[in-house]
Design a protein around this ligand. Structure first.
Ligand SMILES: NC(=O)c1ccc[n+]([C@@H]2O[C@H](COP(=O)([O-])OP(=O)(O)OC[C@H]3O[C@@H](n4cnc5c(N)ncnc54)[C@H](OP(=O)(O)O)[C@@H]3O)[C@@H](O)[C@H]2O)c1
Length: 243
């Protein structure tokens, strides 16, 4: 049976690795036939990830979407439902960070961060959860962060948004438990992705890689339906970076 899986921020970094991990599983696991709905703002990234996913035999569809815009969220969800009839999994991965000392953060930094990490994540989850609630099955992942439960000095806005995502995760769990929907909060430490820009070699060498997050995410998806992996906390073996 086809599994309809939406992954936001699938064009780069952790989201791309999760898409590829699901695609590889399609090649390895008999009976797993995923339709990967790859969503982000940059179409060229999505096209290249889709091509890679298809090389493993997975079906991949791409959507150019800015999750900060609720009309675009609606278009993503309604088009997915028209084309495929349902949604089995949502990976809330798209997210941004503006990392600066407290005094340098602007109103524009605030609005940009919150419109994506909080508003976008909230309204996409709300829309998809309604579909899953009605059919009484589904799995929603939130790629929050270790910064959702501990503070880092140059990350005040980022931490605020990620702590906020944690609030949504805990609230939605209360609904999800009553309708057989699985919720997984994924809290990675430092992962070397485009989000970090240039980093010194010494730091790069101790950071995790996107595939280190993707493998346990897909593993959690394949756990028996009677189980829900509620949290995945994954750190570099040397501990947190930028403490
Ligand atoms: N890297 C880390 O150390 C780390 C650690 C813990 C948690 N995380 C979290 O993991 C998630 C992925 O991070 P990453 O490091 O992989 O970041 P990344 O390399 O910058 O990739 C982010 C992805 O999200 C997409 N995106 C950003 N804003 C979007 C929007 N408004 N609408 C749709 N898509 C959007 C980006 O594509 P476009 O720009 O083309 O839209 C890109 O594909 C984020 O939520 C981040 O907070 C990262």
């Amino acid at each position: 049976m086809k599994q309809i899986i939406i992954i936001t921020g699938a064009g780069k970094g952790i989201g791309k690795a999760i898409a590829l991990e699901f695609a590889r599983a399609a090649e390895k696991q008999t009976g797993f036939d995923p339709v990967l709905i790859l969503a982000s703002r940059t179409i060229s990234d999505l096209e290249s990830v889709a091509t890679e996913c298809r090389s493993f035999g997975a079906t991949a569809d791409i959507f150019q979407v800015d999750i900060a815009d609720t009309a675009q969220i609606e278009r993503l969800v309604s088009t997915t439902l028209e084309r495929y009839g349902t949604i089995d999994c949502l990976v809330n991965n798209a997210g941004v960070g503006r990392f600066k000392p407290l005094a340098e953060l602007t109103e524009e930094d605030f609005d940009y961060t919150m419109s994506i990490n909080l508003k976008g994540t909230f309204f996409l989850t709300q829309r998809v959860f309604a579909v899953m609630e009605e059919k009484r099955s589904g799995h929603i992942f939130f790629i929050t962060s270790i910064a959702a439960k501990m503070a880092f000095k140059s990350s005040s806005l980022y931490c605020m948004s990620k702590f906020g995502q944690n609030g949504l995760v805990e609230a939605i769990r209360l609904y999800a438990k009553t309708c057989n929907v699985r919720i997984t909060n994924v809290m990675p430490g430092a992962v070397y992705t485009p989000m970090w820009g240039e980093v010194p070699d010494a730091m790069k060498s101790v950071m995790m890689r996107p595939e280190d997050i993707a493998a346990p995410v897909v593993g959690a998806y394949f756990m028996p339906q009677r189980t829900s992996v509620e949290e995945l906390v994954i750190r570099p073996v040397c501990g947190d970076i930028n403490e």
